[in-house]
Write a protein that binds this ligand. Structure first.
Ligand SMILES: [Ca+2]
Ligand SMILES: [Ca+2]
Length: 302
């Protein structure tokens, strides 16, 4: 990803840098011996410049907007490598009955680095695939103190989208060329392979996630923009796997707890049962993607 980003930036720099430089470079052809023949002499500099500009632009489109790392929605994804991980809760933890530690093997997959944001969800609405989110109960708490609307206000673009049903979330992922993660995939992406309790480790830290503290320790009374807690990232660099919005997966459970949850629900191994309300103001999601699917599509594009 970093290499692609660097390449993309360089290409853009070349594209915008080359055009004015070449147009004004009247001695350009003479400095390169091979250009100093009949064909090149009678083609104006501006034409060569435009050709170069368009080539560079085309290259940029090819490498910068690679849908295999971002999906159609442009949401950045992270590779979770193949292998075993420990799922569930330690024997001495509350809730471990019925959800004990177990080893689970998973093939590699990609998962969104961030919770799906309002700005990304709006792309799917503009494509006439997704419907507007709406809350099943319009709690007063869904409005921010200054009266901003949680979805329509333009300054809320980087906040996670809420107010969706499971079907709406699933539809979004499919539109983006992705799917909802399984509970196991979600949990591995959140806690890594060694069964740690929270994405950052085994000890609770009230400053590393957005939870129900009324803003006292984490700085947020309600939702926070995605990626606001980089120190709370998972071993793979996935953000907000504890708190902010609890996340829909492909089974009907919610993972990771939210801004309206206490630390117990923020444990990555928490089964996330006990909530049945859809389209709530603390429920969001992120998408996943198969490696095989990506390789298959790439072959077809070529
Ligand atoms: Ca909070
Ligand atoms: Ca979350």
């Amino acid at each position: 990803m970093a290499a692609l980003g660097l390449l993309s930036s360089m290409i853009w720099l070349m594209a915008f840098g080359s055009l004015p430089v070449l147009i004004h470079s009247m001695t350009w052809k003479k400095t390169i011996g091979i250009m100093n023949n009949r064909i090149f002499r009678y083609v104006p500099n501006t034409v060569w410049s435009v050709v170069l500009f368009l080539t560079v632009l085309l290259l940029n489109q090819t490498y910068a907007a690679d849908p295999f790392f971002t999906g159609k929605d442009g949401g950045e994804m992270i590779l979770i490598p193949e292998g075993e991980f420990i799922m569930g809760l330690r024997e001495d933890e509350p809730g471990s009955e019925g959800n004990p530690y177990k080893r689970v093997f998973l093939s590699p997959f990609y998962i969104d680095k961030y919770e799906v944001t309002n700005v990304l969800y709006k792309k799917c609405i503009r494509a006439s695939i997704c419907r507007q989110p709406s809350l099943i109960i319009d709690y007063p708490r869904t409005f921010f103190e200054d009266g901003k609307h949680w979805f329509s206000d333009e300054t809320m673009g980087q906040y996670p989208v809420v107010g969706l049903s499971w079907n709406q979330a699933s539809l979004y992922c499919r539109w983006a060329g992705k799917r909802l993660p399984t509970a196991a995939e979600w949990e591995k992406a959140a806690r890594g392979s060694n069964g740690r309790t929270y994405p950052w480790g085994n000890r609770w830290d009230e400053t590393k996630a957005n939870w129900d503290d009324n803003g006292r320790a984490d700085g947020y009374r309600k939702l926070a923009p995605v990626g606001s807690f980089p120190e709370g990232r998972s071993p793979y660099g996935v953000m907000d796997m504890a708190g902010n919005v609890r996340e829909l997966v492909d089974s009907l459970v919610f993972k990771g707890g939210s801004w309206y949850s206490y630390p117990k629900s923020l444990r990555s191994g928490d089964p996330g049962h006990g909530y049945t309300v859809e389209r709530d103001d603390d429920i969001g999601f992120r998408c996943a993607r198969d490696i095989e699917q990506m390789a298959h599509e790439k072959k077809h594009v070529k």
